[in-house]
Design a protein around this ligand. Structure first.
Ligand SMILES: [Zn+2]
Length: 144
């Protein structure tokens, strides 16, 4: 373990584990890998809007339907607008009942000061995915 590793307190670990066990597989996949955003030319899933100043906003929801929406801002010259190159909109990444154990963002009680996931949190996410896919997993010496 490196010196930079941020450790969870037991309470954070408990809260994080509860969250990991309750969120959808979709959210776990997006958390383990990356979101799956549509291509530019995916007219159904991408909204490209020209703003009054001529720049563009490209808004697309993750194809896995985790609820996260990405906004890209492209200037008239094609450069990504410096002020706001990219923004993620998490406002829809919550179930209707606002249950924090089902939402895309981990509950406050599971957050460490580093902000992002710790290595242990990433490991716990992978373990949970493996647990849920258990019936698909074969042993090395299985012939089937
Ligand atoms: Zn996603």
């Amino acid at each position: 373990m490196s010196q930079l590793e941020v450790l969870m307190t037991p309470a954070q670990r408990e809260e994080f584990t509860r969250w990991v066990q309750n969120v959808s597989l979709t959210i776990l996949k997006c958390r383990d890998q990356q979101h799956d955003f549509p291509d530019w030319d995916d007219h159904k899933r991408n909204k490209v809007r020209r703003q009054r100043n001529g720049s563009f906003v490209i808004r697309a929801a993750c194809k896995r339907k985790c609820g996260v929406v990405r906004n890209r801002f492209v200037g008239t010259d094609g450069y990504l607008t410096r002020s706001n190159k990219l923004s993620m909109d998490y406002s829809q990444a919550m179930p209707a009942n606002r249950d924090p154990l089902k939402g895309y963002l981990m509950p406050d009680g599971a957050r460490t000061h580093g902000g992002g996931f710790t290595r242990e949190q990433r490991a716990l996410i992978r373990l949970e995915i493996i647990a849920r896919l258990g019936e698909w997993i074969t042993d090395e010496d299985d012939d089937g």
